[in-house]
Write a protein of this length. Sequence first.
Length: 218
Amino acid sequence: MHDKPLLKSIGELLRRRHGSSHRTRQAAPDGFALDAMTVAGFTAGTLGPEDEARLADEVAQLLPHHWDLPTKSVEALTPLVDHLGGQQELMAWLDGHPGRPRLIARIYVLLGHLDQYSEDPAVLAAVRHARAQDPYPVGLRGYLTPETNDETLGGLAFRIEELLGDNREQDATALALTTADWLRRAARNAETSSADLREMGELMDHMHQDISEAAPPS
């Protein structure tokens, strides 16, 4: 993963997203929880590589359910995040494990940026201009809000996470890639350019590349 998306300030990656109070997510798998002893072994530095890779995969599976996780899983996940140093460090750790952990980490970094840009006037102006040319681009119909406002990008982030929570990983990846591509094109074609907008376009280009590289062959 490129350093820039991870190191840029993106706020809380695991937080309630736009629209989440209005939809019902699929609950976390019954009986599926992080093992506190395994997490303790990881934080103590005694966990072997294979067990650490298995732990990373379990964390990646549970992240889309972070609002309805069993209490034991929350209690086990918290010391892991604290040990790593925070949520961005959690994503960096997951990114170090190929397969589902890397893909989920890169998608979550994108979601964090979508939330960050939700209320950015320059980004919203570029999105409005893009939608004036094509209100519902291919791949985004059914996901975009009718009006372009501060819920548009956060709403896309929520829908991507919702697909992950419904075990539709391929659909979530496709929507993430489509969203990143749409935003990089919106930045490129904006009526009024700026350094921040160009940076957003470059960032979306990096995110599209990172997620493409992490995604399994279709």
